[in-house]
Write a protein that binds this ligand. Structure first.
Ligand code: ADE
Length: 228
């Protein structure tokens, strides 16, 4: 997979992308993440990429020119037609189902902009889908793009050490994850549930399913309602 990110702050991505799973996935050639600074496509001496909104109001709006030039240049770097995504609080909520779907693409282009906004013609002209990582406002789309990149890359075949890891996780079957324990068997008077020490795999699987349902009912009942 190739992921292009168009941003005014490419340096924000360096550390998260070099972390263990994401760094290893890139080293193994499972994914290539290419960062492009939109400011490199500014056309004036001041490298201006935003301007005051027509009609007045606070904040600055990203100008269409540099974004379109940047996008067209990046698209031309590969023959594959990308899925184009804009990170914005106005977008469709990013869910694990959505992440799974994106992980099957060969190429993604992510546009991360300042929150005050993009000129509306950017969304229209690029034919981009809008995605939101939650109902709150970040100061820019960069952190949202990183969240998306992390969630997608870890689903790519070979990205995680253990091939089965993503299967049992929260949301993979619409439920939260069952509780996990490791050594010691007793810690500060808190015991590992007996069933996990039994060696009875069928019983353990049943217990885990029940636990997953129970904690979903208690902590995220909305997930069960969505399931019906
Ligand atoms: N940009 C600012 N806030 C955002 C959010 N919640 N999701 C995606 N992009 C954003």
């Amino acid at each position: 997979m190739r992921i292009d990110v168009l941003t005014l702050f490419p340096e924000m991505f360096t550390s998260p992308l070099s972390g263990s799973i994401l760094g290893r996935a890139q080293d193994r050639g499972i994914v290539e993440v290419c960062l492009t600074n939109i400011r490199d496509y500014a056309t004036d001496d001041y490298r201006k990429v935003d301007d005051k909104p027509y009609g007045g109001g606070p904040g600055m709006v990203m100008m269409p020119g540099p974004v379109f030039d940047c996008f067209e240049h990046v698209c031309a770097q590969s023959s594959q037609t990308p899925r184009v995504l804009v990170l914005t609080p106005q977008g469709r909520p990013l869910t694990q189902a959505c992440v799974r779907e994106l992980s099957r693409e060969d190429r993604l282009v992510l546009l991360a902009g300042r929150y005050e906004g993009f000129d509306e013609r950017i969304r229209q002209g690029l034919g981009a889908e809008q995605l939101s990582i939650g109902d709150y406002i970040l100061s820019g789309g960069e952190l949202a793009a990183m969240v998306l990149i992390d969630a997608v890359i870890r689903l790519l075949p070979g990205a995680l050490g253990h091939a089965d890891s993503p299967r049992d996780e929260s949301f993979e079957d619409g439920l939260l994850e069952y509780p996990q324990y490791t050594r010691p068997e007793v810690f500060r008077d808190m015991h590992v549930p007996e069933v996990l020490l039994s060696g009875d795999h069928a019983k353990i699987a049943t217990w885990r399913r029940e636990q997953a349902r129970e904690r979903t009912r208690r902590w995220r009942p909305d997930l069960l309602r969505e399931e019906q």
